[in-house]
Ligand binder design. Structure first.
Ligand SMILES: C[S@@+](CC[C@H](N)C(=O)[O-])C[C@H]1O[C@@H](n2cnc3c(N)ncnc32)[C@H](O)[C@@H]1O
Length: 217
């Protein structure tokens, strides 16, 4: 079990880069698909303010309580948690931004979920996906693996998958947290693998971010 907030700590920079790149503003309506414990949901809610709205969607009903707790702790009120599969994504209104992080690596067909995200946003709205290339991570110079995930390297395919889902890719890049010795990077790796890397240098799996838009018309 990953320590609450630890994923958010080590992958904070890619999230901040993406939200900055988008110019996410007060009043936006957003959906966080595969919201999990709500780290991304809360970051979005803090930026969209009281006039905005964030739908937190997850197929696991337990995520509703986790997101509600995270929103209450962060004192962000405009979060609506919904139990729904990304493959069935259907919201009460079109949103400005559909976001997912560490989701597509677990779903059966990432293109289906990206396509649903594209249909959830208004024409010209944003679809942003952040997914890892697990095998590009390194511990002591050796490649990492994540055999339990369906698509551990889906990040490497992400720009093509977004295009296949009918979206216009506006930007794409990769960022990876790295470190050596005690600290959040080592603790995160230990929470994933059960093994403390000690003083071995660690490069966590890079997150590929794809910023895309639903075509207008
Ligand atoms: C690794 S967690 C990521 C949580 C969060 N996005 C983050 O970055 O901290 C993956 C989440 O996706 C959810 N999930 C997996 N398959 C899903 C699907 N098909 N539709 C919606 N949520 C799904 C899981 O229940 C889990 O909460």
């Amino acid at each position: 079990m990953i320590e609450l907030g630890l994923r958010n700590d080590v992958y904070r920079r890619p999230l901040a880069t993406a939200l900055d790149r988008l110019g996410l503003r007060e009043g936006w309506r957003c959906v966080d698909v595969g919201a999990g414990g709500g780290d991304v949901t809360v970051a979005l809610a803090e930026l969209v303010g009281r006039d905005g709205r964030v739908y937190a969607v997850d197929s696991d009903p337990a995520a509703r309580d986790a997101v509600a707790d995270a929103a209450a702790t962060a004192a962000v009120a405009q979060v609506l948690a919904i139990t729904q599969a990304g493959e069935d994504l259907l919201l009460p209104e079109p949103v400005d931004l559909a976001f997912c992080r560490f989701l597509l690596m677990h779903v059966v067909d990432p293109v289906v979920v990206i396509g649903r995200m594209g249909r959830a946003v208004r024409p010209g709205g944003w679809v942003v996906c952040q997914e890892p290339v697990t095998s590009a991570g390194r511990v002591g110079g050796a490649p990492m693996s994540m055999p339990d995930a369906r698509h551990p390297d889906v990040g490497a395919l992400l720009p093509a998958l977004a295009r296949k889902a009918g979206l216009e890719v506006v930007d794409a890049w990769a960022e990876a947290p790295a470190g050596a010795g005690p600290g959040p990077v080592a603790r995160y790796l230990e929470s994933l693998t059960g093994v403390d890397p000690g003083d071995d240098p660690v490069v966590l799996p890079p997150l590929v971010t794809v910023v895309s838009r639903r075509p207008v018309g």
